[in-house]
Write a protein that binds this ligand. Sequence first.
Ligand SMILES: [Zn+2]
Length: 116
Amino acid sequence: MREINIRMDTGGPPDGNQKLCPYCGFDYVHLERIEELHPTDDCSAYRVTTKHDGNTVSVAASVTPIKTSFRGRGVCLTYSCEEGHVWTEIQGFHKGFLFVDVQRQPDRETPVITKV
Ligand SMILES: [Zn+2]
């Protein structure tokens, strides 16, 4: 398998390659879910997720396809920030172009921390 290297700046504030929350700008962002979108013939796709747990790798696919605005392969990444914002970024291929769509999801309740 080919190795992938990503330069990660772990000291100080972000220098351009760190993802920020698009709704509040917070830099504590979690990548929660990765789904591959496997296309059908009619602008819809099956959602496929891969899970690696110990020595076991499992693959799950949705039973029915979801509607998409593109016809080719795609990927759906779900993020959250520690202020409770949740969003998905979908990259979808259609007729030679790669489109990116950001969709806000319902916010999560964040824990209220009270000082004693
Ligand atoms: Zn946020």
